[in-house]
Design a protein around this ligand. Structure first.
Ligand code: FAD
Length: 186
């Protein structure tokens, strides 16, 4: 995985931008925060041009000043494809909730299905560097599919590994039911 350098076009990439296995910038492997400056500058240039032409100040792009620098006020709008953070939150929500409702005493078929689900993530998860790291972690820590409590804890620990890697606080795994099933007690 190449980060920070677009080897195909031999151009430096914005910090944090990640390339996919195809060598192209990978939206779903990158936080939207790292796409925003380029998008913002393009959008601002378009808006500025439209406003100037509408007010009669300019009649063509050539008569306009360069695009202003990035404004942090710009936000994602509409149904954008997910970035790595949105995809991650949605996936963790699915996985933790599925673990929270997994049976206390799963049948052999239910265990096999859960194992298949977990083992599919490193193969199919579209953020490829996330998938590779998760696959390595799953190799080192065999999934506990014996029942609801064991699976919830195992998954919490895997999520905490990612949290640590990203410099985030770890989650108290004694509170997974409160977070993903029962809600706060009061
Ligand atoms: P998230 O980490 O998405 O968590 C969502 C919610 O889950 C939190 O608000 C909290 O209430 C709860 N929570 C947090 N930790 C735990 C826990 N341990 N147990 C139970 N509940 C918890 N991003 C990268 O940049 N690089 C990676 O390599 C990477 N790998 C990933 C691998 C997988 C399999 C997945 C699903 C996601 C990965 N991500 C990765 C995305 C990353 O984990 C986050 O989802 C993303 O950064 C958004 O983070 P967040 O702070 O909004 O909350």
């Amino acid at each position: 995985m190449n980060v920070h350098m677009d080897t195909k076009n031999e151009k430096p990439l914005p910090p944090g931008m990640v390339l996919g296995p195809d060598g192209k910038p990978c939206r779903v492997c990158t936080s939207f925060r790292n796409w925003k400056p380029a998008i913002a500058t393009r959008e601002q240039a378009r808006n500025q041009k439209a406003a100037a032409i509408a007010s009669g100040v300019a009649t063509s792009a050539a008569s306009l000043s360069p695009a202003p620098s990035f404004s942090p006020a710009l936000k994602r709008v509409g149904n954008c494809p997910p970035d790595s953070e949105e995809l991650g939150r949605a996936t963790w929500t699915f996985l933790h909730t599925t673990a929270a409702y997994y049976p206390e005493r799963p049948t052999p078929t239910q265990r096999a299905n859960m194992l298949s689900l977990i083992r599919a993530i490193p193969l199919l998860y579209p953020c490829s560097h996330c998938a590779d790291d998760f696959g390595q972690d799953v190799k080192e820590h065999a999934p506990d599919v014996s029942g609801r409590a064991g699976l919830s804890r195992w998954l919490c620990e895997r999520h905490n590994e990612v949290n640590k890697k990203l410099g985030k606080d770890t989650f108290d795994c004694a509170r997974t039911d409160e977070r993903w099933k029962d809600g706060p007690s009061d």
